[in-house]
Design a binder for this molecule. Structure first.
Ligand SMILES: [Zn+2]
Length: 118
């Protein structure tokens, strides 16, 4: 536990030294109302603030989803389905293209039979 007190030279509450003096160089006689208190921990406070902010953001996103109109959720699902359909269509188109390519290579060349070598 750290000690704090009122320094009448500073005109403010200050953390006091082990000797009961003001850390700004004022004698202990300037300090009154000494009390013990936990030391401030800026890093811990900052970490807590960040944690709270993260929780708040996560809750906001969750709440936003919960508040979304059912239609919006359906639209999101429909968009996902449409993406899958598009992939299927692309795959099907690819099969058609490669299939026609295969067909052309396997098409018999009738010109050979019709050639008259004389
Ligand atoms: Zn002081």
């Amino acid at each position: 536990m750290a000690k704090a007190g009122w320094c009448d030279a500073c005109g403010a509450n200050v953390w006091i030294t082990d000797e009961g003096a003001c850390p700004n160089g004022h004698e202990a006689s300037h300090v009154s109302g000494v009390y013990e208190t936990s030391e401030p921990d800026p890093l811990k406070d900052a970490a807590n603030s960040l944690g709270d902010a993260a929780d708040t953001a996560a809750a906001a996103v969750s709440q936003a989803w919960d508040d979304a109109a059912p239609g919006a959720k359906d639209a999101a699902a429909a968009a996902s389905d449409a993406a899958e359909d598009a992939l299927d269509a692309a795959a099907s188109l690819g099969r058609k293209l490669f299939g026609s390519a295969d067909a052309s290579t396997t098409t018999p060349d009738t010109t050979e039979d019709g050639t008259d070598d004389g």
